[in-house]
Design a protein around this ligand. Structure first.
Ligand SMILES: Nc1ncnc2c1ncn2[C@@H]1O[C@H](COP(=O)(O)OP(=O)(O)OP(=O)(O)O)[C@@H](O)[C@H]1O
Length: 308
């Protein structure tokens, strides 16, 4: 049993009426690692995670969590899996720290509640009702509830959305400690820096399927591939720039007047950019060389259009 993956999803399909939210998704999450699930709004991340948590029944496909079925084996899984929902999933009238103490008592070997309260900055919220906590406090409490039972596997759905930088760092530290203790962590996030910081593995979901997966370094491409970014008048002719650049070097306008050339900043690249801008009577501004980031990979794979 211990050798089965933490999560194994095969051919998962989930529909809401006419809408297919998850469309034949395959995902394997190994034990003991932090896996970040990334994807644009509406890609199907939350639906996938909630199916793994046993909150949603698949329309097709199979889901195994710690080798078990999240719905049929829910009773066995509950003490072994920690869940932090986007919506909190906490009774609104309950007092914050009392609720955490109560949850801790339901587990055989819980974390020290006072230490957890201290480290997540929840000390001032002791007797405050959940609904009166700030959004960030509610989130930190939900995180504490997810981990207090020392689970083997933790699902965190956008754990740092809207948090201030201090709380964000505290959350990251906690995730690192969980990993150090051998806990498997699956985290959805819209923050690419968070994925870069925390994740051993990344799965990018779009239109209900995993479209890329690997370590952040694998996804960025080997060899520290870099790109050159600069600003110039909007709408210049990219075909001309591509002719001036060394063969096969791609160039795109990432936003009006913002250009990216997929190459290292070498003399022939710089002179091509200068010559191209000069043809338009301009000079490149704010020109910088950047290592390709996970965000570049994400945008290349999922496109730059806003999702409805
Ligand atoms: N309960 C529901 N009823 C109907 N449609 C739903 C429901 N939940 C999600 N959807 C739809 O299913 C699709 C996938 O939603 P899901 O919440 O899984 O995406 P997500 O990747 O988590 O998005 P976000 O990043 O915005 O949280 C979306 O089009 C969404 O509108």
């Amino acid at each position: 049993m211990q050798t089965s993956p933490a999560v194994e999803v095969t051919g998962l399909v989930k529909r809401y009426g006419e809408k297919t939210a998850v469309d034949g998704l395959d995902l394997t999450v190994e034990r003991g690692a932090v896996t970040a699930v990334l994807g644009p709004n509406g890609a199907g991340k939350t639906t996938t995670i909630e199916t793994c948590e046993g909150y949603r029944r698949p329309d097709a496909g199979t889901v195994r969590v710690l080798g078990l079925d999240p719905i049929a084996d829910a009773r066995e899984l509950r003490p072994r899996v920690g869940v932090m929902l986007q919506s909190g999933g906490v009774y609104a009238g309950a007092r914050a720290v009392e609720m955490l103490r109560h949850t801790a008592k339901l587990h055989a070997d819980p974390l020290d509640v006072d230490a957890l309260v201290e480290r997540l900055g929840l000390g001032s919220c002791g007797r405050t009702a959940y609904r009166r906590l700030s959004g960030g406090q509610q989130q930190r409490l939900a995180l504490a509830m997810a981990v207090v039972g020392r689970p083997e596997l933790v699902f965190l759905d956008e754990p740092t959305a809207g948090l201030d930088p201090q709380a964000r760092r505290a959350t990251w530290d906690l995730v690192r400690d969980l990993k150090r203790d051998g806990v498997t962590v699956i985290v959805t996030t819209h923050y690419m820096d968070e994925a870069e910081e925390l994740a051993d593995r990344v799965a990018i979901i779009d239109h209900g399927r995993v479209i890329a997966s690997g370590s952040p370094a694998e996804l960025r491409g080997s060899g520290g591939e870099s790109s050159v970014h600069f600003e110039a008048p909007a709408g210049l002719d990219l075909a001309t720039l591509r002719k001036l650049l060394p063969d096969g070097v791609a160039a795109v306008e990432t936003g009006p007047g913002h250009y990216r050339v997929e190459a290292r900043l070498e003399p022939e690249v710089l002179s091509a950019i200068n010559e191209w801008c000069a043809l338009a009577g301009a000079a490149p501004e704010r020109l910088t060389a950047r290592l390709r980031s996970l965000e570049d990979v994400f945008l290349d794979l999922t496109g730059r259009d806003l999702r409805s």
